[in-house]
Design a protein around this ligand. Structure first.
Ligand SMILES: Nc1nc2c(ncn2[C@@H]2O[C@H](COP(=O)(O)OP(=O)(O)OP(=O)(O)O)[C@@H](O)[C@H]2O)c(=O)[nH]1
Ligand SMILES: [Mg+2]
Length: 297
């Protein structure tokens, strides 16, 4: 770790309802794939740190599960709790919304931040989706009036637009102190976790409707000793009929998930990968807090 009086470093948490682009923004700011991204809400299930290091400055960007309402499984509770627990020890909070979209879930998420005393910046993401920019200003004013935000940044995480504004605003608020992470590290998560998340990303992309919400991935073997990195992953589903769907006709779906995940992992790990997948049922695991915790949440 770099010990110097002239360095500044701190923690910035990204919060907001599901699907507003928190993980996309962490990845874009760090310049690496820290966190998985899908078009479906409730993709992120963990507190995941992405590290942005510049000369004299380090910002630990904390990605969180989307704050949501309306669903009551033990998994939903744990996800919301994980997001809220991620706010302790934070120097700056980024509250994300989608340009032109203010929903009751955004209001509920913002209400949860009411008692926070640290600066909260408003990030209006996905501005690329608003073709008529004259519509943007009234929306920004509307949302900016809902709290005394420390700053407002309209951005596009996907197109990399105006991200410098976020870095500037955050860096001004980072306290003096040594770096929290080694300079060459871009996440707090290990390769095993990345492997599990990569499989879950493909599963979420390829499977329809509710199934991805009740699936979890557990790495049972991660062996870097041989010529190939050998990874055995178990996909846990909560119902018998889900198992058949994940496997697909003649194993086609499981093959598709495995192939896509393996290709990603080869690129990420820069190594040959032998990925094997299993599907197992743990009845209604999303309704049991013990099972939810047991499966790594
Ligand atoms: N057009 C556009 N799409 C975006 C932008 N940022 C994110 N997206 C898309 O929005 C979807 C959700 O992105 P995520 O980064 O997974 O959202 P999230 O807030 O992390 O979602 P949860 O993990 O479910 O809470 C994905 O399809 C992204 O590609 C953006 O700036 N512009
Ligand atoms: Mg996410």
């Amino acid at each position: 770790m770099t010990e110097s009086v002239s360095t500044r470093s701190g923690m910035v948490a990204l919060v907001g309802r599901p699907n507003v682009g928190k993980s996309t923004l962490v990845n874009a700011l760090v310049g690496e794939k820290v966190s998985i991204v899908t078009p479906k809400p409730q993709t992120t299930r963990h507190r995941i740190v992405g590290v942005l290091t510049q000369p004299g400055l380090q910002i630990a960007l904390v990605d969180t599960p989307g704050l949501h309402t309306g669903q009551r499984s033990a998994l939903n509770r744990v996800l919301n709790d994980t997001a809220m627990a991620s706010l302790s020890g934070i120097d700056v909070v980024l509250f994300l919304v989608e340009a032109g979209q203010w929903r009751s879930e955004d209001a509920a998420a913002l209400a949860r931040l009411e008692k926070l005393s640290v600066p909260v910046g408003l990030v209006i993401n996905k501005v690329d989706r608003v073709p008529d920019k004259s519509e943007l200003l009234p929306f920004i004013e509307q949302v900016a009036g809902k709290r005394a935000f420390a700053f407002v940044a309209p951005v596009s995480a996907k197109k990399g637009k105006n991200l410098g504004a976020i870095v500037d605003e955050c860096s001004q608020r980072m306290p003096p102190g040594p770096f929290l992470f080694p300079e060459d590290e871009y996440t707090d998560r290990n390769l095993r976790f990345i492997a599990a998340e990569t499989v879950r990303e493909k599963l979420t992309l390829f499977l329809q409707q509710e199934l991805p919400y009740s699936a979890a991935v557990e790495i049972e073997r991660f062996d870097t000793g041989g010529e190939q990195i050998e990874i055995h992953a178990c996909i846990w589903v909560s119902r018998d009929n889900h198992k058949a769907i994940v496997i697909g006709r003649g194993g086609a779906m499981l093959k598709k998930i495995g192939r896509a995940a393996r290709l990603d992992l080869v690129e990420r790990l820069d190594h040959r990968v032998d990925l094997r997948l299993w599907v197992k049922v743990r009845e209604n695991w999303i309704d049991s807090e013990a099972s939810v915790r047991d499966l790594g949440h």
